[in-house]
Design a protein. Sequence first.
Length: 424
Amino acid sequence: MRTNQVPEHIVVRQRGELHGTVDVPGAKNSVLKLMAATIMADGTHELTNVPAIADVAIMGDLLAAIGVDSTVPEPGRLVLTNRGDLVPVAPYELVERIRASINVLGPLLGRCGRVRLAMPGGDDFGARPIDMHVAALETMGAEFKFSHGDVEARADRLHGAAVSFAFPSVGATENVLTAAVFAEGVTTIDNAAREPEVVDLCDLLVAMGADIAGVGTSTLTVRGVERGSLRPVGHRTVADRIQAATYMAAVAVAGGDVVVRDARPEHMSNLLARLADMGMDFEPVPGGLRVAASGRLRSIDVQTLPYPGIATDYKPLVITMLSVADGVGIVTENLYPGRFRYVEELLRLGADVRTNGHHAVVRGVPRLSGAPVRAHDIRAGAAMVVAGLAAEGETVISGVGHIDRGYDDLVGRLRSVGADIERV
């Protein structure tokens, strides 16, 4: 992570079309969970296709406090060594910096039978309680205690149970999944999240020796194995579909023809269909996806839904694209109603967006106008960068630390395909 005391900014100037090839690194929303899963097996694990993002460093610090050390022998490769003498306590000063810290709950509870951690932090876009995690783990025999901002959980050994989620929560699915690996008996998770990142975690756990059926479906069945029976493995992190969508959005507003290498169309089928409705062209190519756009796109209506629907992480990018599209589009947020804070920044750039509860009405304008704006969270920050590509003059984005948490060299990758962008 950068240690400069002087605040950094990203400066974007409209230049024209984008052309070339851009690489998509491993997924932030997967690698952090893979790292947490190394708690479950002693020895040396190796993850590849690891993005160089701040959240990986923060999770590494958190795991080191628990008893799993990590090194980066070369870019994209992370070696994690579980010494076996784990301390099932996640300190506040680390937990508060990263929402994914909650993902140590399941592995520690299953492996150690107890855990204490501060309530997790992360991006500020509305409340995301852990009630579903707690209720499911209590069904499996865990006892919880909340005090002074901490949560403590205990269970000598969890037992299998039938868990049914009212909503397919990614975090709750991952915590119940990892806890169930060492539970006695069989655990079924109905209405489980099906995101590619959940599948990636399942693939890692199965390679380690876990018994999981139904991977990729809404019903996961986990047969518990004995503690100490898992083995360390090597694993390649799945590509980041949100980063891939960011480069697609960049082409959408700037125009051009770009190959997004390692983009996985099967992980973004609904998004690609909606962007095609806007007028974008897509062509699968060996090792990636060719993305092209020319002229002004058409407005559409979009709503966020659990996977395989349009992810809430795509929404800031979609609203940015709609802000310069032809017509009026309505975007409905069904997951995190507070996640519209970036709209005020788009208004500074001349966008015509009105929000009302879960909805945003976006009336496209021919072009935006450069201005100082701020990144409020990871994806909103990326959306400001994309908006700068469609804005006359100069767009200066502050709060770039948020972008660093989820994007591996966003500036350099966009510059490689012709964007006029720099970090100052």
